[in-house]
Design a protein around this ligand. Structure first.
Ligand code: AMP
Ligand code: ZN
Length: 484
C-alpha cells in the first residue's frame, strides 16, 4: 500500500517496515539558535504528513524522533557573552558558557515547540525529542569506535573522520554523488557545513576554543576537551533511541550532503552496520523569488511574522503541504491566499455537513478514508492527487445534505483524510465576529444606499470587499459574511 522515493536508490520503492510492530522515523530537527523560518517548517510539516500517512494509511504504529541541535557553531556563537541575540526574557548572562548555551537554546526550543503545535504538529506523535547535549557520552563512544576501527584520527586537538580510509572499505557518496576529483585527501575541514567541492576529512570532535563550552573527552589515554561535530550528533542519537537500522530518515534536500552522507558513514564505520536507514527521504526547498528561503540570505518569514499579518496557521500548514514534497514550492502571498480559499471551501462543506447531520461536534467521529485518496497518499505522499480525489468524492456526494446518516458518513471520510492533513476542524461553525470598523462601513453603505447615493454605496462596497467582507442587502437590513 505504501511506496516512497528513496534517495539511496533514487527510485520509488514499496515500503515495508523492518519490523511491523513499529516504524522508526528519525528527522533532523532544528538548530535552536533562532526561531525557525517557513522553509524549516516545510521540512517539519513534510515529516509530519509522512508519519501520519504511515500511521493512518499504512496502519503501523510509529516511533518518531526529531532531535534538537543545541550545540553547534551557531548556538555557541549566539549564546556567547555580549551576543546581540541574547534576549531579556533569558535573564542575565552568566560567566559559565555552558549555562548560557543551555538557557539560550532552551528558549528557542520552547519557541520551536510552540510553532510546531500552532502548525498542527502534535507533541503526542513524538516518541522523543532529544537534545544533542544530553547524548555527549554516546557520541564520544562512537568516535572512539570509529578511531579504533581505523577510520578516524586525532590531529591538533580535534578528531577527524578519515574519508580516504573509509572509502577503501565502504562506498562514500551513496546519498549524493561526489566527484572523486573533488576529494582533497589529507585536508581537514572544521566547518559543519561545506559543499561538494570541499570533500575532505570532516570533524568528529572539535577541540575547545577560547571560552567556548566544552566537555572532557578521553581518547587513547589523552584528554581532548571540546565538543561534538554536528554530524556525529544524529548518528549517536538515532542509534541510542531507535536502534539501527531505522526505517526512514528525513530532512531537507540540503542535508543530503554533507550531513546525511557523513551520518551514514559514521554509523557504518563505528556501529558496523550496513545501513543507518532503509529509506532516506528529503523534501525540496521552499523558495522565495527563486532562492532558497534561508536565514543567511535574509529572505525569510517566520510563523509569527505571518500570524501577525493575520494569516490563519491552518492556511499556512495547508500551503506548506498541498504541493508535492519533492517539488520546489514558491512562497508568495498570492499562493497563501489561494491555499486559504481552497481550505476554507472544504471547511464550509464540513460545517454544512455538521448542520445536516445534526451534530455540534464530530471530533470523535471515525470513518473510512475513500480508497483512492488513501492510494494517493500512499503513493509517495502525493497530496495534490489525494486532494483531487477528495474533491471527486465530495462532488459525487454533494446531495447528502438532506440525509443525516449519509452526511455523517461523508464527515467520517473527511475526518479520516484530516487525520493525515490536519487542516480542518470538526466543531460547529463559529459565530461570526464582525469588527467594529467593518460594521461602521456597512452602516455607512446602508445609509448611502437608502439615500440612493449609488456612487458612495458602490465605493463603500469595494472598501468592504477589499477588507475581506461581503455585504448582502435585504429588504429591511443587511448581513455581513467574511469572504472565503
Ligand atoms: P536547520 O535548523 O538549518 O538545521 O534546518 C532544519 C530543517 O529545515 C532541515 O531539514 C533543512 O533541510 C530544512 N530547511 C532549511 N531551509 C529550508 C527551505 N528553504 N525549504 C525547505 N526546507 C528547508
Ligand atoms: Zn541530523
Amino acid at each position: 500500500m505504501l511506496s516512497f522515493y528513496n534517495t539511496l536508490t533514487k527510485s520509488v520503492e514499496p515500503f515495508e517496515p523492518l519490523n511491523a510492530s513499529c516504524v522508526k522515523i528519525y528527522s533532523c530537527g532544528p538548530t535552536v539558535y533562532d526561531v525557525a523560518h517557513m522553509g524549516n517548517m516545510r521540512a517539519f510539516v513534510f515529516t509530519d504528513v509522512l508519519q501520519r500517512v504511515v500511521r493512518e494509511v499504512g496502519g503501523y504504529p510509529v516511533r518518531w524522533v526529531m532531535n534538537i541541535t543545541d550545540i553547534d557553531d551557531k548556538t555557541i556563537r549566539d549564546s556567547s557573552q555580549g551576543s546581540e541575540k541574547w534576549r531579556s526574557e533569558m535573564g542575565e548572562q552568566s560567566s559559565d558558557a555552558k549555562a548560557n548555551l543551555r538557557t539560550f537554546t532552551l528558549f528557542f526550543e520552547s519557541e520551536f515547540r510552540r510553532d510546531l503545535q500552532v502548525l498542527g504538529i502534535s507533541m503526542e506523535h513524538f516518541y522523543q525529542m532529544p537534545r544533542a547535549t544530553e547524548y555527549i557520552d554516546d557520541m564520544q563512544t562512537l568516535i572512539r569506535d570509529i578511531v579504533d576501527a581505523g577510520y578516524g584520527y586525532a590531529s591538533e586537538g580535534s578528531v577527524y573522520f578519515n574519508v580516504a580510509a573509509y572509502a577503501k572499505d565502504y562506498s562514500y557518496g551513496r546519498l549524493f554523488a561526489i566527484d572523486a576529483e573533488n576529494f582533497r585527501e589529507g585536508v581537514r575541514i572544521d566547518a559543519d557545513e561545506y559543499d561538494r567541492e570541499s570533500v575532505s576529512d570532516f570533524v568528529l570532535w572539535k577541540g575547545r576554543k577560547d571560552s567556548e563550552p566544552y566537555w572532557d573527552f578521553e581518547l587513547d589515554g589523552e584528554n581532548i576537551p571540546g565538543r561534538p561535530g554536528w554530524h556525529i550528533e544524529c548518528s549517536a542519537m538515532s542509534k541510542h533511541i531507535l536502534g539501527l537500522p531505522i526505517d526512514i530518515h528525513t530532512g531537507g534536500v540540503d542535508l543530503r550532503f554533507p550531513h546525511h552522507e557523513d551520518e551514514l558513514a559514521q554509523c557504518c564505520a563505528g556501529y558496523h552496520v550496513d545501513e543507518q536507514a532503509r529509506f532516506w527521504m528529503h523534501n525540496e526547498f521552499l523558495e522565495i523569488e527563486g532562492k532558497k528561503m534561508s536565514k543567511s540570505l535574509g529572505n525569510f518569514y517566520t510563523l509569527r511574522d505571518l500570524e501577525k499579518m493575520g494569516h490563519n496557521p491552518l492556511d499556512i500548514r495547508f500551503a506548506l503541504l498541498a504541493g508535492h514534497y519533492r517539488a520546489v514550492l514558491n512562497f508568495t502571498f498570492d499562493s497563501l491566499q489561494a491555499a486559504s480559499t481552497a481550505r476554507t471551501r472544504v471547511q464550509n462543506i464540513i460545517w454544512d455537513l455538521l448542520d445536516a447531520a445534526g451534530l455540534d461536534d464530530a471530533t470523535g467521529l471515525t470513518g473510512a478514508m475513500p480508497p483512492d485518496v488513501a492510494l494517493a497518499f500512499g503513493n509517495d505522499l502525493n497530496v495534490p492527487q489525494a486532494l483531487a480525489r477528495m474533491h471527486e468524492y465530495l462532488g459525487a456526494n454533494a446531495n447528502v445534505k438532506s440525509d443525516p446518516d449519509a452526511a455523517r458518513e461523508v464527515l467520517g471520510a473527511l475526518k479520516a483524510i484530516n487525520n493525515v492533513l490536519a487542516v480542518w476542524t470538526f466543531t460547529k461553525r463559529p459565530a461570526v465576529n464582525i469588527p467594529d470598523a467593518i460594521r461602521t462601513l456597512a452602516d455607512q453603505r446602508w445609509a448611502a444606499r437608502s439615500a440612493k447615493d449609488w456612487a458612495d454605496a458602490d465605493r463603500l462596497r469595494t472598501e468592504l470587499t477589499n477588507s475581506g467582507w461581503t455585504m448582502k442587502d435585504g429588504k429591511d437590513g443587511y448581513t455581513l459574511e467574511p469572504l472565503s
